[in-house]
Write a protein of this length. Structure first.
Lengths: 294, 330
């Protein structure tokens, strides 16, 4: 019984991280209609970039987040034209070719990661990771590590900023128009290629930043990508593909599932449970919990 | 008419040559390389039947291979079943897996299917890692049956049979036309009375059951399986790159892709010590580059055969020509 509040709080804190994993991904899907199999690999690359930057400069990883965002934003912006070329090709089935392309990209990143970073696991030392909040009264007991709390804060911050940009700026309106109807948006003078490049850049930047955060909370290895790709898929399908407002709820749900499995069952069955839920959702309501996916 | 008769003839000769090879080759290593390249041809064709012909990308192909391998190994080791009974059970396991994963996802867009199959492969690997009966990360050892020729012939018969069945169904029987109709225009196909989900499910079974059977042969042949080798990503990655590089939507393309890539893999394995990681990079670059620069694959680019709308348009043009000719004569 004493474990229950801790399980719920842990779940919500972990769920926060999953929001940031999935929100950029969902945005990119909404605009480009392409699933990026490399999402976990972007997280891995971002995490290692943070790790080495910290090792080299000794700046706290929390302060390195914007640097990682900018670096990977540029990388994503530069890679997007290749994806655009694939998905707008005249031959074959462009959308599926896009899938195959990102699948190949993921392989390249994973292989390169293993070559450059090796098989060992690391963690990024953050000053915030040392302390926790303790809440205690009688046999009621809660531990909230500062760093996890910061993760949740960061996730909410990103979500709010993204929502603001999408709702209230011209750029955001263009992005939403593109997601709604590509041709019509093009007729209104929206440059689909440029906007898609920005969106992909933002998505890659957010994913890479999340990688740094994950590196501070958990540990990082060059093979971590696959696990986070599964989690990103899970959240996005649960939320409804391309439906941004559903992402936080789906992410918190995933966090709760994970923390309950961690505390009450066998943690190695978490991935199986995730899969079973994913499957049930696809069977019952393929457009997500809210039925608003595309 | 000659072309339709020439193709099976060439294929028959190729199979006969392959069947005669072990008589001349006594080197076990070389025979093993040959067996494995035939295995990869089978896996690549099987993947392509779904991806190239229906447009649904199965990123969990390795799961079917692995399920077949594990079920066969399980039946041989714990039940004592003879190999020739255990192997079809591996195929059945793959079929079951296809039903479970196909029923919810095949009626949705391809993106969902890709996600679901990929996640399923991960889940299955995780399951094999945590269960006691599969030996966890240590894998399973089988009673060895050291007869390389036997496995060579089993693999050859299996893959040649698969190829013949697929060729008949997809290029000769109405089934192939239905499959292609769904790929090009699902709504249009439905209006002609084709049930897309049923046809896609059949194509999915046609793609996954051979993978399960091949997995079964592999398990008994290698005599040692573990989650990393048979349920890992590499099986899927390799089948995908072979089919995409060779040419999606054709039956010859994946064969070419499989032979070339398997040859490279063997060279790599022989000359580089830490080949596995580098090999991953090369596979990835090959996939990405062939998608960007060779969207029709090697075979499609070299012969001008395409899988997409261009082929249908060309086919229509030929048909119209024939009809006008007919009309002129009649």
């Amino acid at each position: 019984m004493e474990l229950l509040p801790q399980a719920i709080v842990d779940g919500i804190l972990i769920g926060g991280i999953y929001i940031t994993i999935a929100i950029g991904f969902s945005l990119a899907y909404g605009v480009m209609h392409i699933i990026d199999f490399a999402v976990g690999e972007w997280i891995m690359l971002g995490a290692f970039t943070g790790y080495y930057l910290n090792l080299w400069s000794h700046i706290d990883p929390m302060l390195l987040l914007p640097v990682v965002f900018i670096v990977f934003g540029i990388v994503g912006y530069l890679i997007q034209p290749l994806i655009h070329r694939v998905i707008s090709g005249k031959k074959g089935n462009p959308v599926l070719m896009g899938l195959v392309f990102t699948f190949g990209l993921a392989l390249v990143f994973r292989g390169s990661g293993l070559t450059v970073f090796g098989f060992y696991s690391h963690s990024i030392p953050a000053a915030l990771a040392r302390n926790s909040f303790f809440i205690e009264s009688g046999n009621f007991f809660l531990t909230i590590p500062h760093i996890r709390f910061t993760g949740l804060f960061y996730a909410i911050l990103i979500t709010v900023i993204l929502q603001y940009i999408l709702k209230s700026t011209d750029f955001g309106r263009a992005v939403r128009a593109l997601a709604q109807h590509r041709e019509a948006a093009g007729l209104m003078g929206i440059d689909a290629r440029r906007i898609s490049s920005y969106v992909y850049g933002i998505y890659v930047g957010i994913s890479a930043m999340t990688g740094v955060l994950i590196g501070c909370i958990f540990s990082i290895t060059a093979q971590m990508g696959g696990e986070y790709t599964v989690l990103a898929f899970f959240v996005v399908v649960l939320a409804g593909m391309g439906y941004l407002a559903g992402v936080p709820w789906a992410a918190f749900l995933l966090g709760l599932v994970q923390s309950f499995f961690m505390i009450y069952f066998n943690p190695s069955y978490t991935l199986l449970a995730v899969f079973v839920i994913l499957f049930t959702i696809l069977l019952i309501s393929p457009r997500g919990l809210f039925g608003k996916g595309v | 008419m000659t072309t339709t008769h020439r193709k099976p003839f060439i294929a028959g000769i190729a199979v006969l040559v392959l069947a005669a090879l072990p008589v001349f080759i006594h080197d076990t290593f070389f025979l093993r390389v040959l067996t494995e390249s035939i295995m990869w041809i089978g896996l690549a064709i099987a993947w392509d039947v779904l991806a190239g012909y229906t447009g649904y990308l199965n990123f969990g192909h390795g799961a079917f291979f692995g399920a077949g391998a594990y079920i066969t190994a399980f039946l041989i080791k714990f039940v004592g079943a003879p190999f020739l009974l255990a192997m079809p059970a591996g195929g059945l396991a793959a079929a079951l897996l296809a039903f479970i994963s196909g029923i919810p996802t095949l009626r949705l867009k391809g993106a969902y299917f890709a996600i679901a199959t990929w996640a399923m492969a991960r889940a299955l690997q995780q399951l094999a890692l945590v269960l006691d009966i599969t030996g966890g990360p240590d894998g399973m050892r089988l009673p060895p049956y050291l007869h390389p020729q036997f496995f060579y012939y089993v693999m050859l018969v299996l893959v040649a049979g698969t190829f013949a069945l697929m060729w008949y169904l997809l290029e000769h029987a109405p089934f192939g036309l239905k499959v292609k109709a769904i790929r090009e225009d699902e709504a249009g196909a439905m209006s002609l009375g084709i049930h897309p989900t049923v046809i896609k499910m059949q194509a999915y079974l046609l793609s996954t059951v051979p993978a399960g059977l091949i997995g079964g042969v592999y398990a008994y042949w290698i005599t040692y399986i573990d989650p990393a080798s048979v349920l890992g990503d590499l099986v899927t990655d390799q089948a995908v790159v072979m089919a995409v590089f060779g040419g999606l939507g054709t039956l010859i393309g994946p064969i070419i892709g499989a032979v070339i890539i398997y040859f490279f893999k063997t060279l790599f394995w022989a000359y580089l010590s830490d080949y596995q990681v580098l090999y991953l990079i090369i596979l990835g670059i090959l996939i990405a580059m062939s998608v960007v620069f060779l969207p029709n694959g090697l075979y499609g680019t070299l012969t001008g055969r395409t899988s997409g709308k261009a082929a249908i348009e060309r086919g229509l043009a030929i048909e119209t020509k024939a009809k006008t000719k007919e009309a002129a004569h009649g």
